[in-house]
Design a protein around this ligand. Structure first.
Ligand code: ATP
Length: 235
């Protein structure tokens, strides 16, 4: 579905990604794990068109997407849940969700999707008239995910959804990701510093170190890999 082939990305003269190759198949949950500054957010921002690769090929559903504008990439079916959530604090929960559908014109389907998302995240329905800024961190993360889903993505990109949240909330959010993948066939690319959690729900994973993919494989294999256990699983 998505293929990064030998992608290199720079910030000015500073190289952040070195020749990375990642493949995501339809229906998979794939995780990208790595320490602070490894290049995880850079990878996601490259896929969503916020950054452009200097070298390499980026294809989505057999079409070259590098160089396309971010809104075009959303239209093609890729939505990102950004690190730090970035919901609109002064807008209501309902208005935040409407903005997720800003490129769509199918009004009846938009309303149906909103109702579906309120079913998936009942707390958002309860708070639908409240300003987004008054929500707890976990609720804001749910809103950010629901807003991304309002674009009906084929591929959902998530940047550190567990960051700063209590274990119980993280569990709820990860259960919803599993449901989205199982029941709605949403393909998920999950960037996480919490490798333990990520490798539990993912089918496959990639390990990024200093802008390079140093390991990849099925999630169970990575969980049992001594190098991963020592560096990322705290064993
Ligand atoms: P974190 O978990 O802290 O978000 P990350 O793995 O997502 O880390 P990136 O944010 O992608 O890492 O950063 C990768 C590298 O690129 C780091 O060395 C970082 O300092 C550098 N970098 C990121 N953004 C910029 C920028 N705007 N200008 C220059 N260098 C940057």
């Amino acid at each position: 579905m998505l293929e990064l082939q030998n992608i290199s990305v720079f910030y000015g003269n500073i190289q952040a990604l070195y020749d990375i190759s990642i493949t995501i198949q339809q229906g998979e949950i794939v995780t990208l794990i790595g320490a602070n500054g490894a290049g995880k957010s850079t990878t996601l921002m490259t896929i969503s068109g916020i950054l452009s690769p200097r070298h390499g090929r980026l294809t989505f559903l057999d079409r070259q997407i590098s160089g396309l504008m971010p809104d075009r990439i959303v239209q093609l079916g890729i939505s990102q849940v950004p690190e730090g959530r970035h919901i609109f604090p002064a807008l209501s929960v309902s208005e935040n969700l409407d903005l997720g559908a800003f490129l769509r014109r199918d009004h009846a389907a938009i309303a149906a999707d909103k109702a579906w998302l309120y079913g998936l995240f009942p707390i958002l329905e309860k708070r639908r008239q409240q300003p987004g800024g008054t929500l707890s961190g976990g609720e804001q993360q749910m809103l950010a995910i629901a807003r991304a889903l309002m674009a009906r993505p084929k591929l959902l990109l998530l940047d550190e959804p567990s960051m700063g949240l209590a274990p119980l909330i993280i569990k709820q959010i990860f259960e919803i990701l599993i449901r989205l993948n199982n029941e709605h066939q949403t393909t998920i690319f999950l960037v996480e510093q919490n490798a333990n959690l990520a490798l539990r729900i993912a089918h496959r994973g990639y390990v990024l170190e200093n802008g390079r993919v140093v390991l990849h494989g099925d999630a169970a294999g990575l969980r049992n890999n001594p190098v991963v256990q020592k560096a990322y699983l705290g064993m």
